[in-house]
Ligand binder design. Structure first.
Ligand code: PXP
Length: 245
């Protein structure tokens, strides 16, 4: 199972002072050294953390490395043009609301099919793998197949917020969706709200091929340093994955 490290919140800290540090690209290089299999970043319409320049710099810094870039973006003309300019390895299309603190739900692919197709085709024609960030539901997976994407990223936010009997219910939703997604031929990823405690159960789902994790890794890097925060997350994921039936 691959670990994509989301570097947005390194930039959040930088933007708090509108200065040059901490530098998310330097963070990306440390994360790779510590075992990150991918660097994920979200270029938001309001540029609240990652800036266009970060994306271009990341592309240049990684040009001689095999580590892929996963660009999270809203399905808009502006973002499409940026993606076609930068050519990341993967684009993950996400819903975006100006007022939200973080991405609140998955894309409603069922009702946005026509709109999404407009963005998926040019991205795929440019050789970019396209993934959709969706809630773990069969109907969303079916619609994702229909619009011709390569992958889905299952939103783990509901699972991360659940407790008591709901926790097992949400975990089962993820298990069922991961199995279903693979059966219908998609690559299956997951992410959002995962941390050092709750990641184990998700990493035990064999059908999930990649986890994208940001906030908890960056938060804990304040105590442990970024290298150690990534290393520990990778270790937990690998152990859980190995021990899963
Ligand atoms: N995956 C997607 C599609 C996201 O939008 C985010 C948040 O930017 C993440 C994963 C990472 O979530 P978190 O920061 O809660 O680990």
């Amino acid at each position: 199972m691959r670990l994509g490290v989301n570097i947005d919140h390194i930039a959040t800290l930088r933007e708090a002072r509108k200065t040059f540090e901490p530098d998310p690209i330097k963070g990306a290089l440390i994360a790779i050294e510590a075992g990150a299999d991918q660097i994920t970043l979200h270029l938001r319409e309001d540029r609240r953390h990652i800036q266009d320049e970060d994306l271009f710099r990341l592309k240049c810094e990684l040009k001689d490395m095999t580590t892929p870039i996963n660009l999270e973006m809203a399905p808009t003309e502006e973002m499409l043009n940026t993606a076609l300019d930068v050519l990341p390895n993967t684009v993950t299309l996400v819903p975006e609301k100006r007022q939200e603190i973080t991405t609140e739900s998955g894309l409603d692919v069922v009702s946005l099919r026509r709109h999404l197709r407009k963005y998926i085709k040019p991205l795929k024609d440019a050789g970019i793998r396209v993934s959709l960030f969706i809630d773990p539901e069969e109907s969303q997976i079916d619609a994702s197949v229909e619009v011709g994407v390569d992958a889905v990223e299952l939103h783990t936010g509901e699972y991360a917020n659940a407790y008591g009997s709901n926790l097992e219910k949400e975990l089962n939703r993820l298990r069922r969706s991961a199995r279903y997604g693979r059966r219908v031929g998609l690559e299956v990823f997951a992410g959002h709200g995962l941390n050092y405690q709750n990641v184990k159960a998700v990493a035990s789902i064999k059908e999930i091929q990649e986890l994208n994790i940001g906030h908890s890794i960056i938060a804990n890097s304040i105590y442990w340093g970024l290298y150690e925060a990534v290393r520990r997350m990778k270790e937990i994921i690998q152990e859980a994955y190995r021990c899963a039936e």
